[in-house]
Structures are given as C-alpha cells and as structure tokens.
Design a protein around this ligand. Structure first.
Ligand code: KIV
Length: 282
C-alpha cells in the first residue's frame, strides 16, 4: 500500500471516502492495524488507561508515550502515524510545546502530533508547532486530559454555550494550522455544523457521521473490562478470549496435560548418560 500522506487524507476528505483511524500502543497492535489497511494510526494517550492502567490520561508522561510510540512506529509502514502529546507537556509555553512535538518526530518517527483543546493557549501552541514544520491534528469536544474542568467525561456541545464553544474552538484549531480535527462526544447536529464550517476533515468519535472515524483499539476488540462509552462499538471479544485461553492453559498445567510429547525435546542415550555422570560427579 502506498504511504498515506496529508494531501491524500485531504483528498479523501473532499471525495467523501471515509478516513479510518484506530489507536495502537504496541508493535502487534500496529501490525494488525497496518494489515487491516487503516489510513491513520493514533498512539493515543488513552494508552495511559488501556495499557498502562492509570486512572486517567493525565498521569502518562512524555517518556512513557514515546516508548509506546516507538513500538507502534516499528509496526507501521503505510498508515499515517499520529502521536498524542500528553497532559503537562505543552501547557507552559509555545517553546515547551514545540520541544515536546519535536521529540515525537525525532525519537518516535511521528508523522503528526495531536493536541487537545481549542482555547487561546492551545491555539498558540498549535500555531507554534505547525510553524516548526510539524503537522498537527486538533481535538475538540470532550477532551479527556482536561475532563475535570469540563465537568467529567461527558458529551460536549449539548447546551447553547457548549455547542457554540465546540464550533468556535474547531474553527480556531483550523485557523491555527491543524490539518484535521478529532471531534469527541459531540451531538451529530453540532458535528454537521462543524463539517459545514470547516475545510479540514473532521474525524469523529461519538460525533456521528464525519469525514473519518476513530476508535480506541482495546474498546473495539473487546479487551476493555466493564462499561464503555455510548459511542463504542465492539467488533471482538478478545478480553474474554484471552481469559479463556489462559484458563485452559492453567487447567492443562494443573492436570498434567501440558506439556505433551509434541512440546518436548529429546536427547540421545549418550547425552543422557553424560548428564547422569555429571550429576553424580558434581
Ligand atoms: O487518546 C485517544 O485514544 C484519543 C482518541 C479517543 C481520539 O484521543
């Protein structure tokens, strides 16, 4: 497959052929996404929760994200690789934001970085990173890094003020230079307004029809335990399958059914005699 590029993504946005994005956090996840032919792979800071076990995305560090991103890079060939910059790594200044983005490009081979939010400070950070030559994906609506300030992990754009804010932020993100924008947990009608107002593609997650869609890999595979967000569609039950496989292995070990003869090596009688002699003489 030819390498996915920003012009090819923008063209897809124009022709109406949906852009498919999925998250990945390790080499096998990236290989699977690549083999499935997705357009964009996102090393999301959702990895903080789904692979590192943190209670929220706020805890993950740049170094931890870079470890995940490097593994994903090794498994990605044609898909366009986007890395989330984690909470705390851009907030202080434009210079800090550029330095963080540069690390994702230089150390992990990211094609672009994703920044949450569309307030004045975030727009300045996006502008600075784009001016440094690094493509940026915006993220509006529910922005989990700052969910506490939004009143929790809840849909945005459902009141007049919130709907206006989501649209203003998305327009700001486009003006600041982002080449596409993720809209998370936004009513379908507000997404429709966004899509009309914007020239850049909108990648939705819980935002209804859009130029593209993104899902968290572990949600769509059914790895995640317990309740998932309303917008998640499960395409597998890997979590249950994994538990069943490990339980079957444990039963086999306990009953003596594993290892069987086909899982064992053999030695010549001479080698066994030498081993016995060595044990005797030791
Ligand atoms: O971190 C993440 O996985 C994301 C997606 C939900 C868009 O930001």
């Amino acid at each position: 497959m030819p390498k996915v590029t920003i012009p090819s993504l923008l063209e897809r946005g124009r022709t109406g052929e949906a852009i498919v994005m999925v998250t990945a956090y390790d080499f096998p996840g990236a290989r699977a996404a690549e083999r499935a032919g997705v357009d964009m792979v996102l090393v999301g800071d959702s990895g903080a929760q789904v692979v590192l076990g943190y209670p929220s995305t706020a805890e993950v560090t740049v170094d931890e994200m870079l470890t995940l991103a490097k593994a994903v890079r090794r498994g990605t060939e044609s898909a366009f690789l986007v890395c989330d910059v984690p909470f705390g790594s851009t907030e202080q200044s434009d210079a800090q934001a550029v330095a963080t983005a540069v690390r994702f490009v230089k150390e992990a081979g990211a094609d672009a970085v994703k920044l949450e939010g569309g307030g004045a400070a975030q727009l300045s950070r996006i502008g600075a990173i784009v001016a440094a030559g690094i493509p940026v994906v915006g993220h509006v609506g529910l922005t989990p890094q700052t969910a506490t300030a939004l009143g929790g992990l809840r849909a945005q754009g459902r009141t007049e003020a919130s709907a206006a804010r989501v649209v203003e932020e998305a327009i700001g993100v486009q003006r600041a230079g982002a080449f596409c924008v993720v809209a998370e947990a936004v009513p379908t009608e507000v997404t429709a307004v966004l899509r009309e107002a914007l020239e850049i593609p909108v990648i939705g997650i819980g935002a209804g029809p859009a130029e593209g869609q993104v899902l968290v890999l572990h949600d769509l595979l059914g790895v995640t335990e317990g309740r998932t967000a309303k917008f998640v569609k499960r395409y597998g039950s890997i979590g249950d399958d994994t538990v069943a496989a490990i339980s079957a292995y444990a039963d086999d070990v306990r009953s003596g059914g594993f290892p069987g003869p086909e899982h064992q090596y053999t030695a010549s009688p001479e080698a066994v005699a030498a081993a016995r002699a060595a044990a005797r003489d030791a």
